[in-house]
Design a protein around this ligand. Structure first.
Ligand SMILES: [Mg+2]
Ligand SMILES: [Zn+2]
Length: 191
């Protein structure tokens, strides 16, 4: 392994793309217009950009892992058009109440648990003293807390609504809030 790099763990739905519910086709995979610019900024500043996404729609039988991989190919293609690259994508296909037996389990990867981040740390040259978790749900933020990441909660996706409705009950607040992924990456690179 070469020099270790800082990392931003990036949620997918509501963060990189519009959270359209259980996305099962490229037609309803809508990249936010600022996503490529934000991720490109990480690329050019020597940060790893690692997507960590709960995809329980697989367990629920709404789409297959194959379809999700096709979508991720499409996402990478669209990001590449904007000069951006994600270094890795980790996903959790599980659900404790899954319709499909092979995915029915209480796993360690489903956010707010930390399995996906731990796997990334095991597989990638990550400087574990310089990690940030960005997402639109408090579950993303909780995952970050557990891994000693700096945390940034977004207003896109479910973020603004969840913050407004629930944040007064949170034992610990996100380190930062940002309008969207681009603003969040600005925070990461300036602090
Ligand atoms: Mg999300
Ligand atoms: Zn899982």
């Amino acid at each position: 392994m070469g020099m270790k790099k800082p990392v931003v763990f990036i949620d997918r739905d509501g963060t990189i793309n519009v959270d359209g519910g259980y996305i099962n086709h490229a037609d309803n995979f809508i990249l936010y217009p600022f996503a490529a610019q934000a991720i490109r900024m990480l690329n050019t500043h020597g940060y790893l950009a690692v997507v960590v996404t709960n995809q329980s729609g697989i367990a629920k039988g709404f789409y297959t892992e194959e379809v999700m991989h096709e979508l991720h190919g499409e996402m990478k293609t669209r990001l590449a058009r904007g000069g951006a690259r994600v270094d890795a994508i980790y996903y959790c296909p599980h659900d404790p109440d899954a319709k499909i037996e092979q995915y029915r389990m209480v796993c360690r990867c489903r956010k707010p648990d930390t399995g996906m981040l731990e796997q990334a740390i095991a597989e990638l040259p990550i400087d574990t003293t310089r990690m940030t978790m960005v997402g639109d749900k408090y579950g993303d933020i909780q995952t970050g807390f557990k891994m000693n990441c700096r945390t940034i909660m977004l207003n896109t996706g479910y973020g603004a609504g969840e913050y407004r409705l629930k944040s007064s009950g949170w034992a610990r607040q996100p380190d930062y809030r940002a309008e969207n992924l681009l603003e969040a990456i600005g925070i990461v690179l300036n602090k």
